[in-house]
Each structure stands twice: as structure tokens, then as C-alpha cells.
Design a protein around this ligand. Structure first.
Ligand SMILES: [Zn+2]
Length: 248
């Protein structure tokens, strides 16, 4: 009969058998203290007491059938552990999701601004915040608000459309000025579209009063920049009468 070690390696010696019929062999490591010599110039090594070997260890041996059964049991244990691990992970995930939802609700304004930020630094910042889920500090809130404001201003400082193009715009009127030329007086309307970009119109059409939001169709007349502000001048605007979308 072929006999094996637990590892599956074949045992080539003569196995011993105990009273229960269990197969085993014994093995003694060499003594490291005296280098297996047993004596130091006539004095017995205190570790191995002169034998040069350490205590014998019993090493269990197996038949092929015993090994096969052991393997099956191990597989079952592994499987059970895997299921337990994945359920645990699921529970932890669900718990985290719940806490995350709570955190997002309790810090809605902060989170909304934070979500809008991206880039290497902000991605790490977000990761930290959403991992710890601790109430953001005043400094963190301030940092995020400052950056969001800076980005909003940058995003808004854009030209609209292409010169010569006709476009539809929804604008909030900021100011209406009367501008006197040497021979006539015209209206200068300053507005912002929904993204915050500056829209200017100089002409006779009355687009509305300050604070009004209107929808218009107009041609893009020119793109100009004044003191770093990008301004889109429109021409021949036509006001739409929208019955259902009043945003004021
Ligand atoms: Zn020794």
C-alpha cells in the first residue's frame, strides 16, 4: 500500500502504526545549538543533552482514501468560509451604503459642491471624505465652497455659440440701461444665460425688466472681452412667449 504525508508526498520509509491503527512516523530535527555534534569539547550540549538531535516528533501518515476524505472535508470548510466571508462583505457594504446615504443627506450642500469637483487633488479629498463619513470640518467646508465658487465663475465666463449663428437662449435679465448716442437712445440689456455666461444686447427690442427670465431666439453678433469677462453680443432678438416655463 502506498502511504502519504499530509501534503500528498509519498512516504518511502516503513510506517509505524498505533493502537487505533493510525499510521505515523517520527522525525527528529538536528540540534542547531551544537550543530548536531552533541558535545562542546567534552561538555554535553544543554539543549539536546548530548544526543545532537531534538525531541522526536510524531508525523501522521495517510492512506490514499484517508487523504481523499480529508481533502473533501477541507473543501467543504473552505466553501463554508467563503460563503460566510461574502455574506459578511455584503452586510458591511449595505451598512456602509446606509451610512453614506445618511451622510449625504445630513451634509447635502457640502456633498453637492464636493461632487461637482474633480481632478487629482479633489478625487483624493472625496475618497477620504466618503470613506471616513465624518462630519466635515469648517476648514474642509470652506475649501470646497471656495473651489466650487471659483469653478462656477470660470465655467460661466464663456462665450455662447459661434458668431453669425442663430440660437435659442433662456436668459435672466440683470440690467437694462439706456445708452445715448449722438443721434439716438438705445437699450443695452445685460443678461446671463442658464450657465451664467454674459449675454449683451444693444438695440431697440425690449427684452424685459431686471429680474425677468425670458426665452429668446437671436443671432450671435460678436464675442468681446472686457476686463477678463467674456461677453456674447446678440442681435435681432425675438422674445418667445412661454406659457409654462416661468423660472424667476
Ligand atoms: Zn545540541
Amino acid at each position: 500500500m502506498i502511504i502519504f504525508y499530509r501534503s500528498g508526498e509519498i512516504f518511502t520509509g516503513k510506517p509505524k502504526s498505533d493502537l487505533d491503527g493510525e499510521l505515523y512516523t517520527t522525525h527528529a530535527d538536528l540540534c542547531g545549538c551544537c550543530g548536531a555534534r552533541g558535545y562542546f569539547g567534552g561538555i554535553a550540549c544543554p539543549i539536546c543533552k548530548g544526543s545532537g538531535k531534538l525531541m522526536e516528533k510524531r508525523i501522521r501518515l495517510y492512506t490514499h482514501e484517508q487523504l481523499r476524505l480529508l481533502g473533501r472535508e477541507q473543501a467543504k470548510r473552505d466553501e463554508a468560509k467563503e460563503i460566510e466571508t461574502s455574506e459578511e462583505a455584503k452586510r458591511e457594504r449595505a451598512e456602509y451604503e446606509e451610512q453614506l446615504q445618511k451622510f449625504r443627506q445630513e451634509n447635502a450642500d457640502f456633498v453637492q459642491k464636493l461632487d461637482s469637483l474633480s481632478g487629482p487633488h479633489w478625487d483624493v479629498f472625496k475618497e477620504t471624505i466618503f470613506t471616513r463619513l465624518a462630519k466635515p470640518s469648517k476648514k474642509q467646508v470652506h475649501l470646497v465652497e471656495a473651489e466650487a465658487a471659483k469653478r462656477a465663475a470660470g465655467a460661466a465666463n464663456m462665450f455662447i455659440g459661434r458668431v453669425g449663428e442663430k440660437t435659442s437662449l433662456r436668459i435672466l435679465i440683470i440690467k437694462v440701461l439706456r445708452v445715448a448716442d449722438w443721434h439716438e437712445t438705445t437699450l443695452l440689456t445685460v443678461a446671463r444665460d442658464l450657465s451664467g455666461a454674459l449675454v449683451m444686447y444693444r438695440g431697440d427690442v425690449n427684452l424685459g425688466k431686471t429680474g425677468e427670465t425670458v426665452t429668446i431666439t437671436a443671432g450671435i453678433r460678436a464675442h468681446t472681452e472686457f476686463a477678463g469677462l467674456k461677453q456674447t453680443f446678440i442681435e435681432r432678438p425675438k422674445k418667445h412667449i412661454d406659457k409654462d416655463i416661468y423660472v424667476t
